[in-house]
Structures are given as C-alpha cells and as structure tokens.
Write a protein that binds this ligand. Sequence first.
Ligand code: HEM
Length: 459
Amino acid sequence: MKKPLNPNSAEATELFKELQGNILKGHGRDHAMHLFISFGSPKDEASHVTFLNGARDWISHMLADHVTSAEAQINDPDKEEILTILLLSSQGYEFLGENRPEGGAFREGMRERSHKLNDPKFDKWSPRYQHNAEDIHALVIVAAPKSDEESAKTELEKMRVSIESELKKFGGAILVDQRGRQERNGEGRAIEHFGYVDGVSQPQFIDDGRDKAKKFDQRAPLKIVLDKDRHGCENYGYGSFFVYRLLEQNVDSFNGAVLDVARELDVDPQLVGAMGVGRFKNGTPVTTFDAPETGYRPSKDEDFDYDDDSDGNRCPYHGHIRKTNPRGDLGHGVVGFIRNLLARENTRRIARRGITYTDEKNNTVGLIFMCFQSDINDQFEFMQKDWANGNNFSRFGTGLDPLIGQDGGPQEKRDFPNWPTEYDSEERKRIKFGEHVKFLGGEYFFAPSISGLKKLAKC
Ligand code: HEM
C-alpha cells in the first residue's frame, strides 16, 4: 500500500477483485445517478429485525446483480457496461448493527462536521437534502454506459425503478435522487460550469511505467486512497472513504467578479480567471504560460510545480489549484525540509470523482463534488478548512480560495485576494472577489470491499 500499484502484479489481480469500481480510476461516463437510501425507520425492536433482514437481502441482491468491481471496470475500457457502486454511511453500519469503519469525521457525519467547514446551517441546505442523518444509510452511484443521452437516461431510469422496488419490499426508500450530466467543451473535454477543464490533475494509483516526473510526480501510494475494511477478507479487503457534496455554482456572479477584477487591473479577463483557478479554461497552467496554449493536453503535462513562481507573481497563492495542491510550495530553501513537506502535502491528495449537474426546475447548475481518500479528516476536511478557507494559507494574508473558499460569516476577518497587477508582476492589488459556490447538502460514506459487502449481507 506504500507504492502505486503495478497493474501486472499478482497483488493487483487480487486487489481489483476486492475493490469496488470508480475508486482507483473515475468511471468517466457522462450520465450518472446518485441515490441516498434509507433502510427504513422501524418502530420497535420486533420490526427492526424485519427491516434488518430486508436491508441485508437488498445488499446481497445489489452485490449479486449490480455492484461493479475494479476488475470489471478495468475489463470494460470502452465503458459499454453500466457501472454501479454501493457505499454505506456511518448510520448505515449502525442500522446493520455492525462495527463502523474508524474515523471521526466519517462517524460524526457531514451535518455534525459542517460548522468546521463554514458550511451554511442545516436549515439553509437544499430542502431535498434536509434529511435526518439517522435516516441516510447508503449511497448508490449508477453510471450509464457511454451512449446517446436518451438511451443513457433510459438505462438510469430502469435501474432506479428496479432499486426502488427492491427497497420497497422491506420498507426501504430512496431519499434523494440526484442526476449528474457531465458538461463538455467544444473539444469534448470535461468542464465544470464556470467553463474550465476539470478532473485533470489526479493522483495516479496505477503505475503505467512512465518515466519519473521531473517536477511533480502524480503517482501516489495506495495508502492515500485505501483503508483496511474491517469486514473484508484478510489480505486484500480494502475500502475507501467518500465525500459527497452538492455545490451550486453562480455562473453570472462568477463571470461578473472576473470582469470587475479585469477592469480594475486593466488586464484580459481570461488571465484573471486563470489567476483565480490556476489554469486557463483549456487547462493551461498559469504558472507556466501567460495565455492558453493552443491544443494544450493536460493529461500528459501535469509535471509542474511552483518553484519558479515562488512569489506567486503568475499563479497567485490564492489560485484554486495552488491552494488545493501546493506541490511542495512551502518549503523553499532547505532541501530536507522540502522533501518532508512535500511528503506531508502529498498525503492530503484526494481522488476527485465529481460530475456536473443541471437543475432545470430551479434553473441552477453546479458540481456534485465527490472524492475518495483514506482519511476524510486529514484529506478533504483539511483541504477545505485549512487550505481553501484558510486566510493565511499558503502565506500570511493570502485570503480565501476564490472558487470554494467559505468565509462563514462576520466572525473572522478575511483578506481580499491579492492579485498580481499584470502577468509576472511583483506589484499587487487587493480586490474583492466574493463567493460564487454554495454548499447545498451532502454526507460522508465508506465504499466497502466486495468481501466486506458479502459479510454485511451475511451471504
Ligand atoms: C464548484 C466547485 C469546484 C470547482 C468549479 C472546481 C474547479 C476545479 C478546476 C477547474 C480544477 C483544475 C483542473 C484539474 O486539475 O482538474 C480543479 C482542480 C482541483 N480541485 Fe477543484 N473545483 C471545485 C471544488 C473543489 C473542492 C470542494 C475541492 C476540495 C476541497 C477541490 C479540490 C481540487 C483539487 C485537489 C484539484 C487538483 C489540483 C492540482 O492537483 O493541481 N475542488 N478544480
């Protein structure tokens, strides 16, 4: 678990059979369905047994008929099959009367932890997500095979009907049905709703034998994404902790803020956007280029760091990708210190698995932000709380991450982002940017191993 996985090793073969899909590698489909599931609310001890047996049978049925292992995902490179994974919340384990995976954040659940992240209060969450944490037991993610939109939607709908009827047999229910539809730009690349290519820089858990990177190595040890599943088989029974957050994006206000800053600095709005995100819309990193490179192919070229831009003259410290992956940015000067620091920073990395959504009824758009990791507290929460919301990260007075920083109200004084007045300038100007992403609800889950699910189902 200390190294990336050699895909041709015996270890990989065994592990792929045990892991659920979408953990080591994203499903990459354009249409997906995310179902928050309740196993029901038994009124007394006697009826609890009926619900419990029903929930176990349902898990067993999901496992036999639907759940996609990492092995099955790898054997379907063209994404022709439907992909389904089944995750449990801390309350789900409680309901089943089973020992829960370790981890304070996971066990407390997102609602309890929300204030630490400066999230809006529970009564400000989307009404669709305002369920008692005790009622949310599982999450099922279903990603449709690659095909035209209508067929994909039909596949998902068929699956929803089937899951719902199985749940109804014992009193379970679907609490939330959240559809995701991946936006793409003119070149067919996945983008988020502000228009930037997304899902580019990811830890690589499977070693593809590439030459070692010169500046920043994306290869990552399995231990940052996998944790031993206490219910799983001895050698390869691993699972992964999962964060689910619905984030609404206000595209008009974001674009307005970009234009305001551009006017005030008298620079191209494209550059302001890039200084906020850390990349131009097509993925070109602003720390390396002053304009979008034609035909930039990010997947090949993630080998950059901030060594040549240590003062933040090109990519300011507040840039979203510099906040969320500093790439060894803090330790300049002392070689050993850098190495240690880089190692520590690298343990914060997360496997992002988000997909965009469009809410046609309310005329809103956003990102279903999702990520896997081995420790929610040390990875996602640390990244959101200490880095993105951290006024003094990575330098004193940096201000919030302009994409996802949450102020949390007037109790704390925050600095406006400090923008270079032009590309590669030492001169700075503080200009307000504001918050354009709103948290609407979510929960923490655990993706058990295949043998762990079998054990929970008692089959
Ligand atoms: C609506 C909300 C969000 C938007 C619009 C957004 C957008 C982006 C974009 C455009 C990129 C650059 C492309 C890429 O490397 O994939 C990116 C990278 C990244 N984002 Fe976000 N993001 C959002 C939420 C979050 C959240 C909540 C987190 C974690 C707390 C996060 C963590 C990251 C990380 C770790 C990277 C990769 C940085 C790197 O390795 O260079 N993002 N995001």
